[in-house]
Design a protein around this ligand. Structure first.
Ligand SMILES: Nc1ncnc2c1ncn2[C@@H]1O[C@H](COP(=O)(O)OP(=O)(O)OP(=O)(O)O)[C@@H](O)[C@H]1O
Length: 475
């Protein structure tokens, strides 16, 4: 009647409920010492073979030193050890990157595995509720591998059978706190295996000054800042459309101006044009000479400019039909980037219904047909609740800067983005710490990437205008 499950604490089980007359004391079968020794012996041998297989060099060095010690005495073993350390130091000094890749990060990964992850694994899993205790037996997710690079620790984990990725994404705060990291990201590698990323440092903690204007004309991807692992952030603008959302003061302007800055050589060469719609009359008016008359702030003028972009797009599509399927920028057919600073002013907040419909139709037409003929849209938005649900799907690439509420993150970046670690509602409202910081979700990768755009100051914009008008005068 009573089924004994593995791990039942049978010795202590004397009664099922208090005050019951039934006392249940099952027989305890003692494991013979011999069997216990065989099990421990087997575990030791398999761990040794695994270590030799996985880390042959790390095992060979102490084994060799041990052999030298036994055969020739400790003096020779210590001398060889000293020599190996010197060689490693020289290697580190002369070829830092190569040393880090081949030795440094592996040593650090081993140290972090032993000192941080394995040491705290059991406690963190139990406290966060990711380990399961069933009938007295503890089922623990398995820590498979730790790898390090200059920015983060990446931990490969095997989930418990029956666990869902969401069980882990709901506990990112517990995991980060448990392992002493500032944050934790979770990605699915393949069935049952997860990659947990724990950053050790934050290259985005301080603001990034405006990047140098590129030497070569190019329509992108344009370098506009840094990714959280310290690599450059290159934003694709040609062949896509980009939606940028962020609360007031989040730094949306940086993304717009960084993009213009990166395109400036192409604009000077006549290979790119930026058309600016600035209904708030603040952000883009500062450098309006760059837009060569393609600048509008009044809603009716904005609608006209959008219609003009649609007409350019349609004429190109008619000419390209049957001849080419993608756009290569030329002086005759430059890449046209339509920048809209606060798109909700032209759509959601626009009281004139006819104008609103005209703008929405033109934006939808550009966003659905523009990219293959070299017309792109980059739209910024303050309040994602107002309009984003209608237009979000028109934009393959999305950027969420600081947002006021957690629900807005998925509204901008798409379902599940916040669960995958896009904590845009946690970005600091202090400009030095959080302005320009964002999570990007690109068409090509569902994983959100944390980034920071460089800050383009008023002086930088003046310099850009001067450089651009210099070319105009020379022409
Ligand atoms: N990339 C950045 N790095 C550091 N600080 C920045 C960055 N971008 C903006 N800031 C700071 O944040 C302030 C607000 O930036 P900005 O006006 O671009 O925000 P916004 O999102 O466009 O706001 P709004 O929607 O109100 O126009 C700037 O005055 C500047 O001090």
């Amino acid at each position: 009647m009573f089924k004994r499950l593995p791990g039942d604490e049978a010795r202590n089980l004397v009664s099922t409920t208090p005050d019951t007359a039934v006392v249940f004391r099952p027989a305890v079968v003692k494991t013979p010492v011999f069997v216990t020794l065989v099990i421990y012996g087997w575990r030791f041998v398999s761990a040794l073979v695994r270590a030799l297989w996985r880390h042959p060099i790390a095992c060979a060095i102490p084994a060799l030193l041990g052999v030298l010690w036994v055969l020739y005495g400790w003096q020779l073993a210590v001398s060889v050890l000293g020599f190996v350390v010197l060689v490693l130091l020289a290697f580190a000094f002369l070829a830092r990157d190569c040393f880090a890749r081949l030795v440094g990060w592996r040593l650090l990964a081993w140290w972090r595995l032993v000192w941080v992850y394995r040491r705290h694994w059991r406690a963190v899993m139990e406290v966060s509720g990711l380990a399961k205790r069933i009938n007295g037996r503890v089922y623990m997710p398995r820590l498979l591998r730790v790898a390090c690079d200059g920015w983060a620790d990446r931990i490969t984990v095997r989930m418990l059978g029956g666990q869902a990725v969401k069980d882990w994404t709901d506990r990112t705060d517990n995991l980060a706190q448990g392992f002493g990291a500032v944050s934790c990201r979770i990605g699915l590698i393949k069935g049952g295996r997860l990659l947990l990323t724990f950053p050790r440092s934050d290259p985005l903690a301080s603001s990034i000054p405006a990047l140098p204007i590129p030497d070569q004309p190019s329509v992108g991807p344009v370098e506009i800042g840094k990714q959280e692992d310290g690599r450059p952030l290159r934003l694709k603008v040609h062949g896509t459309h980009v939606l940028i959302a962020g609360a007031t003061g989040a730094g949306k302007g940086s993304f717009l101006w960084d993009t213009i800055r990166g395109l400036l050589p192409a604009m000077r060469a006549g290979l790119a044009e930026v058309w600016a719609l600035d209904p708030k009359l603040m952000e883009l008016s500062f450098g309006r000479e760059l837009f060569q008359g393609r600048y509008a702030s009044d809603p009716a003028d904005c609608a006209d400019l959008l219609d003009e972009a649609v007409s350019v797009m349609q004429k190109r599509a008619a000419r390209f039909a049957g001849l080419q399927r993608s756009h290569t920028p030329t002086v005759e057919d430059p890449f046209v980037l339509v920048l809209v600073d606060e798109v909700a002013f032209l759509t959601a907040y626009q009281p004139d219904k006819q104008l609103r419909q005209r703008v929405s139709a033109a934006l939808a037409t550009l966003a659905t047909q523009g990219r293959s003929v070299g017309v792109g849209v980059m739209a910024a938005l303050q309040d994602p609740r107002k309009e984003v649900v209608n237009i979000r799907n028109l934009f393959p690439d999305k950027i969420a800067l600081r947002l006021d509420e957690s629900e807005q993150v998925d509204m901008v970046l798409g379902d599940g983005a916040r669960d995958r670690g896009a904590l845009a509602d946690h970005i600091s409202p202090i400009p030095e710490l959080g302005a320009g910081v964002a999570y990007m979700r690109l068409e090509t990768s569902p994983e959100p990437v944390r980034v920071r755009a460089a800050y383009v100051s008023d002086d930088d914009i003046r310099q850009m205008v001067a450089l651009f008008t210099e070319r105009e005068e020379a022409a």
